[in-house]
Design a protein around this ligand. Structure first.
Ligand code: ARG
Length: 458
């Protein structure tokens, strides 16, 4: 038989494959709560405007409450023939409430209905992301606080560059996450306008009050242009963009955990809760959680690219292509939430191995810059000359197979007669780190300043 919603014009039901390609209920059932809230606000407004009667509104409200109960109890039967969540809810409402249910869709289309549902969902996803990011920042700040003077190598090109502290390194991620959080806050502000009442695309001839429904649903106000209202998915793209950048940051951190846990680095220990063993090699403790945080980044980027591609060729206004936004959005949000939670868990269970870190920090002539800086300060040498002299001293130390701090004074003086034994004071990694006192530098008191700032801004 023909469709229950629009059967008037149709003589036969759709092909089975048509149903398969068309139906979205398998995934958009996740919008049930938002859909019901939208309908409650819409029916309230219709009644307040005298477009439907108070008794109809009451019947709709009571019916929707029951639909909600069914769905929450898991007793609701979702039907593919009814395509999507909007028609599934409405059809069930009709079974419960009868004729008044048919008045709910007055001055509304599924086009503005789905737009408002998804906006509500994405707004909540923003709130969850902001909260989880804050939790991860807290965990990182706490770990940094324990490690304000734990010296480790700082790297460029993955080659030891200059000693830094582990606390300083962790706080770099707090900065990234702080930007992620502000991106989510920013796009949340922009998305918080209600498309409800744009109807199919052109608005409606009924005397609706879009300001009222916007307010009831927690929006700052209604969207201004009805065509844009039903065809805009920027708010999903912005969520996915912010999520992609955030996932990229988590992936970089995960990669560092993977490196740090190798026998070669041995910089950190991670509890058994976040690692797995090998089925063949008894000695193994693999950082699978970190690897999956890194690996799952691809899904989030994929969602962003998928939706950008869906949207790029669409003429105004709504086209069914836009139904393809949801699976990507849900998967990306689930993924982001999972990797944020897993990363927070790992940070809480992560322990530095200071001996390994500081031994590595001293390797690779990492205080060569300090030596050059000493030549500039004490001998008033131009930095370029100091760089050259230091290079020769590094070559000499390398030839002898020792560190710079182990070169005897006459070896220094052979290369540069002006050098005195004061030089040794700048060569240890502790000295090097403590001397980096410029604002934002790695000296422990600067790291403490960063921690104090973040504690005020979490
Ligand atoms: N399931 C649809 C979607 O997700 C709802 C809107 C359908 N509107 C329409 N005119 N067919 O986009």
């Amino acid at each position: 038989e023909a469709n229950a919603m629009w059967g008037g014009r149709f003589a036969s039901s759709p092909a089975a494959l048509m149903e398969a390609i068309n139906a979205s209920i398998d995934f958009d059932k996740r919008l049930a709560d938002q859909d019901i809230r939208g309908s409650l606000a819409h029916s309230d407004m219709l009644a307040a405007q005298g477009i439907i009667g108070a008794a109809d509104r009451d019947a709709i409200h009571a019916g929707l409450a029951e639909v909600r109960k069914d769905i929450e109890a898991g007793t609701f039967t979702f039907s593919t023939a009814l395509e999507d969540i909007h028609m599934n809810v409405e059809q069930r409402l009709k079974e419960i409430a009868g004729e008044p249910a048919g008045r709910l869709h007055t001055a509304r289309s599924r086009n503005d209905q789905v737009a408002v549902d998804v906006r509500l969902w994405v707004r909540e996803a923003h709130d969850r992301a902001i909260e989880q990011i804050t939790g991860l920042m807290r965990a990182l700040v706490a770990l940094a606080e324990h490690n304000t003077d734990t010296v480790m190598p700082g790297f460029t090109h993955l080659q030891s560059a200059q000693p830094v502290t582990f606390g300083h390194h962790l706080l770099a991620y707090v900065e990234m996450l702080g930007r992620d959080r502000s991106r989510f806050r920013d796009s949340r502000r922009r998305l918080n306008e209600s498309p409800l009442g744009a109807a199919a695309l052109a608005g409606t001839s009924f005397a609706i009050d879009r300001h009222a429904t916007a307010k009831a649903l927690g929006f700052d106000g209604p969207t201004r242009n009805s065509l844009d209202s039903v065809s805009d998915r920027d708010f999903i793209l912005e969520y996915l963009s912010a999520a992609s950048i955030c996932a990229m940051h988590l992936s970089r951190f995960a990669e560092e955990i993977v490196l740090w846990m190798t026998a070669q680095f041995g910089f950190v220990r991670l509890s058994d809760r976040w690692t797995t063993g090998s089925s063949i090699m008894p000695q193994k403790k693999n950082p699978d959680a970190a690897e999956l945080v890194r690996g799952k980044t691809g899904r989030v980027y994929g969602a962003l690219f998928s939706l950008l591609t869906v949207m790029k060729g669409l003429p105004l206004t709504y086209s069914k292509d836009m139904q393809e936004d949801k699976e990507q959005l849900f998967d990306a949000a689930d993924t982001l939430e999972l990797v944020l939670a897993a990363t927070t868990g790992m940070v809480e269970d992560l322990e530095a191995v200071p001996e390994r870190m500081s031994a590595a920090a001293g390797a690779g002539f990492s205080t060569a810059t300090d030596l050059a800086d000493w030549l500039v300060r004490s001998l008033n040498m131009p930095f370029r000359d100091a760089h050259h002299v230091t290079g020769r001293l590094v070559a000499e130390a390398e030839r002898r197979g020792v560190g710079l701090e182990d070169l005897p004074i006459d070896a220094f003086q052979t290369v540069e007669p002006g050098i005195t034994s004061d030089i040794y004071a700048v060569l240890g990694v502790q000295n090097s780190v403590r001397s980096r006192k410029s604002f934002g530098g790695t000296a422990p008191d600067q790291v403490a300043t960063q921690i104090a700032w973040w504690k005020d801004h979490l």
